[in-house]
Design a protein around this ligand. Structure first.
Ligand SMILES: [Zn+2]
Length: 305
């Protein structure tokens, strides 16, 4: 869905209610008491579903990411549209202005709610087969009174460690015989520090099956061979690194470029949420205009695959 379609389809609250209602009916309304998708009746006057078995009522927002939110469905759907409309994303101020929200905090909380569920959605999938891994440091804003004097370099208190992994499968052009690598899904996570414990933890949590892992020769990676089927290392900085770790490096440089403009206001606490949005869009880079529908689906069934 593009912006023109959106304005035509969702001019007001009523059109959004009709859309969410039929979307929920189509995908099945889940009753919190029966803990299952059961037959529901719709009460149009008060706008709720009622379970045919236990008679529990479910509002349009209940059980979704929008639950307990005072914002209208129209605001929520417009927010999904803004999140899916641009690759670059909006700053919180722009977002607030576009949605016509009177308070900055409302826009901030809404954006982070969406980023949290994007992360939960991606957490349903694990990486498989051949994987590239690397990590990077991201500058985050700090409250000087909390951290004391700042140190320089890698151990700086203003740097957060981010673990990055990408599925990366070699393919050969049958005509030219030229080898290249195609990337699949990505994962990015804030880790406490780049050491054996946290890197191993990240790989264990985010992969499944027989894994062939490629990294550079950081000493933090020496135990990775124990948790994957095969671990190959390349010397950092060489041309071979560019090829072997091509996709993680590309993702890291794109991430840094994206964060650059809003760096001054990202704090450690919210960094993971920004990573969630970045990776969610990266993993759905071929969805195009379908991204809006996926966001609506994910918002209604945030924890179901
Ligand atoms: Zn029920």
């Amino acid at each position: 869905m593009n912006l023109i379609d959106f304005i035509q389809h969702f001019p007001d609250e009523e059109s959004c209610e009709t859309f969410i209602k039929s979307f929920r009916e189509k995908t099945g309304v889940r009753c919190k008491t029966c803990k299952d998708t059961t037959k529901h009746y719709w009460f149009s006057g008060r706008k709720f579903f009622e379970c045919s078995i236990c008679r529990r009522r479910t509002s349009l927002k209940s059980g979704t990411v929008m639950e307990k939110s005072k914002l209208s469905l129209h605001t929520w759907l417009t927010a999904f549209m803004l999140f899916s409309a641009t690759k670059k994303g909006f700053s919180c101020l722009e977002f607030q202005r576009q949605l016509g929200l009177s308070r900055y905090e409302t826009a901030f909380n809404l954006m982070h709610k969406i980023r949290v569920f994007m992360g939960k959605r991606d957490a349903l999938y694990n990486l498989t087969d051949m994987i590239e891994y690397d990590d990077c440091y991201v500058t985050v804003a700090t409250n000087k009174s909390e951290v004391g004097p700042l140190k320089r370099g890698k151990g700086s208190q203003r740097k957060a460690s981010v673990a990055v992994a990408a599925e990366s499968v070699p393919v050969e052009n049958p005509e030219s015989g030229h080898q290249s690598k195609v990337c699949g899904y990505f994962k990015m996570e804030v880790i406490e520090s780049v050491d054996r414990e946290h890197v191993n933890g990240f790989i264990k949590k985010n992969t499944e099956g027989d894994i062939v892992l490629f990294t550079d020769r950081n000493t933090a990676y020496v135990d990775l061979k124990d948790i994957v089927s095969a671990h190959f290392t390349v010397v950092s900085g060489k041309e071979s690194t560019n090829d072997t770790l091509r996709w993680v490096h590309k993702a890291i440089s794109n991430l840094k470029r994206k964060l650059l403009g809003i760096n001054h206001m990202i704090t450690y606490k919210y960094l993971q949420n920004y990573l969630n949005e970045f990776v969610y869009k990266l993993n759905r880079r071929y969805f195009g205009e379908k991204l809006f529908d996926r966001l609506v689906l994910a918002s209604i069934y945030p924890y179901v695959q």
